[in-house]
Design a protein around this ligand. Structure first.
Ligand code: HEM
Ligand code: NAG
Ligand code: NAG
Ligand code: NAG
Ligand code: NAG
Ligand code: NAG
Ligand code: NAG
Ligand code: NAG
Ligand code: NAG
Ligand code: NAG
Length: 397
């Protein structure tokens, strides 16, 4: 508190310093703009990702006294991911929704028994494109208003809501970005999700409902969204996210892949664990997710592609990785998503980007590493050569 009050007696300049949204993504800033911001940031060298400890595998109560649900306070951020939203609302993540990759990995392992390979992949992919690699922080939702910057800074990407890097079209309960709000819970879409669960799962979201609803949402986006885009990485995440509720939102003691609508509502809409919720068995989640995602895809196989500016014009995009091309997913993500955001990083930014790229690569042990910024990143790299159990089902990485 004392530290804060002394800050308040500082000049307008000092106020600008504390007002800089330090978890905002830096991608899209020119070098000149970066030079202006750099001195004002608390630059952190990213530590290696936490390992997946064996004590994270047990089924246990996670909606416990140490992690009570709390309603949102002013300024708390939530976003498109019902898993991360729930973890933040229960204090497994900082409740304000701003976290480091390591905090996210620990939270998804502790709260949901997500396996270490998936957790690393998602957390580092996200900090690279949606986070601030200098402060090592990211928001699980929107960018904040750019207050107090003089001269005013351009509105740039920030947080998981950012479209077309990680957030993408044809979500189950979030509208396509073309229609406006791309990240908030959408009751109409959830009603549709419930309808499919009634029709194909007898009231539960199960694998059959997941297969049909995933395909239906894709058809819906083709028919309604002239800018529908369904290429890697979204092509992958859409199938995996359709599998997540079957594995992670079903009580670990039950573990039958049948998610009731009452419990689905608790996670998707209310961002809250159901009473007495026990997490899944972490030794099984990787296989279960891989198998379910593969089944969801195989029920109605699609080629990656998109509409061309008019509805119903879905065209195959031969440049996108498909689900059997895990290494192309990795390589294209680095070269075609990360590099355009940070074309020529220098100094600490380059060091930290290289560190995070190395951590991301550790989730793809069977692929060949790519080094868009050279192999000599500086002190932050290399850190790990962790052998992950990540592997996309029957898919060769
Ligand atoms: C490890 C870190 C994670 C990151 C960075 C992450 C990020 C995201 C993002 C950006 C989306 C939005 C994609 C879109 O629909 O456009 C999303 C969706 C989703 N996530 Fe996560 N997620 C993580 C872990 C989890 C976990 C542990 C769960 C389940 C417990 C989960 C469940 C879901 C589900 C079900 C959706 C789909 C929502 C929908 O389609 O309506 N995620 N996640
Ligand atoms: C897992 O074990 C480590 C080391 O024994 C301990 O520090 C940590 O608190 C444990 N985590 C959980 C979630 O039990
Ligand atoms: C919810 O999604 C539907 C279908 O995509 C869309 O028409 C509607 O505008 C969305 N509602 C809100 C409040 O964003
Ligand atoms: C995503 O939604 C946010 C909040 O509604 C909006 O500000 C942003 O422009 C959207 N992104 C895109 C690319 O439409
Ligand atoms: C859900 O199904 C009911 C009954 O078949 C129908 O009236 C309603 O329009 C459907 N809702 C959505 C969002 O699809
Ligand atoms: C989903 O539920 C329906 C209705 O109970 C059932 O017929 C179907 O076999 C279930 N699918 C799976 C994969 O459990
Ligand atoms: C909902 O979740 C709770 C807590 O995990 C569980 O005990 C209950 O059986 C679930 N309800 C249904 C209908 O599956
Ligand atoms: C988009 O696709 C439609 C249907 O395939 C086609 O008729 C149209 O010419 C295409 N438009 C552009 C701009 O490529
Ligand atoms: C994925 O693409 C590769 C290379 O183009 C192709 O050989 C393979 O058949 C495709 N797989 C699917 C499922 O479309
Ligand atoms: C990755 O490589 C390891 C060791 O060579 C091998 O055991 C494993 O099956 C490979 N995984 C995939 C998905 O190819």
């Amino acid at each position: 508190m004392a530290k804060f009050s002394t800050l308040f007696v500082f000049s307008a300049l000092a106020i600008q310093v504390i007002a800089l949204p330090y978890y905002r993504s830096l991608a899209g800033l020119s070098e000149r703009e970066l030079e202006g911001i750099l001195p004002r940031l608390n630059v952190v060298t990213p530590p290696p990702p936490p390992p997946g400890p064996s004590n994270h595998t047990c089924v246990k109560l996670v909606n416990d006294a140490a992690h009570p649900f709390m309603t949102l306070q002013d300024g708390d951020i939530r976003g498109p991911c019902p898993g991360l939203n729930t973890l933040a609302s229960h204090g497994y993540l900082p409740r304000n929704g701003i976290a480091t990759p390591a905090q996210i990995i620990n939270a998804v392992q502790d709260g949901f028994s997500m396996d270490n390979g998936f957790a690393i992949l998602l957390a580092y992919a996200t900090i690279l494109v949606d986070g601030n690699p200098l402060t090592n922080l990211m928001s699980i939702g929107g960018k904040s208003p750019l207050t107090g910057m003089d001269p005013p800074q351009p509105a740039i990407v920030g947080g998981l809501d950012t479209h077309a890097v990680f957030e993408g079209d044809t979500s189950m309960t979030r509208a396509d970005s073309f229609f406006g709000d791309n990240h908030s819970f959408n009751q109409t879409l959830f009603d549709q999700f419930a309808n499919f669960s009634n029709q194909f799962g007898d009231g539960n979201y199960n694998l059959t409902a997941a297969e049909e609803y995933r395909f239906f949402r894709i058809q819906q986006s083709i028919a309604e969204n002239p800018q529908f885009s369904f290429i890697s990485p979204r092509f992958f995440t859409a199938y995996f996210e359709s599998a997540f509720p079957l594995v992670f939102f079903v009580d670990g003691r039950q573990a039958d892949g049948q998610l009731s609508m009452e419990n689905a509502t608790s996670f998707f809409r209310d961002m809250q664990f159901p009473d007495d919720f026990h997490r899944a068995d972490g030794s099984k989640t990787a296989d279960l997710v891989n198998n379910a995602a593969t089944a969801i895809f195989s029920a109605h196989p699609m080629q990656p592609g998109g509409n061309n500016g008019t509805v119903n014009s879905y065209t195959f995009d031969p440049n996108s990785a498909n689900l059997t091309e895990g290494c192309k997913l990795y390589t294209d993500f680095v070269n075609n998503v990360v590099v355009p955001l940070y074309p020529t990083p220098q100094g600490a930014l380059k060091v930290n980007l290289n560190a995070n790229l190395g951590f991301l690569f550790s989730a793809f042990p069977n692929c060949t590493q790519v080094f868009p910024y050279g192999q000599r990143g500086g002190t932050g790299w290399p850190f790990v050569s962790v052998i992950m159990d990540f592997c996309v089902g029957r898919i060769k990485c």
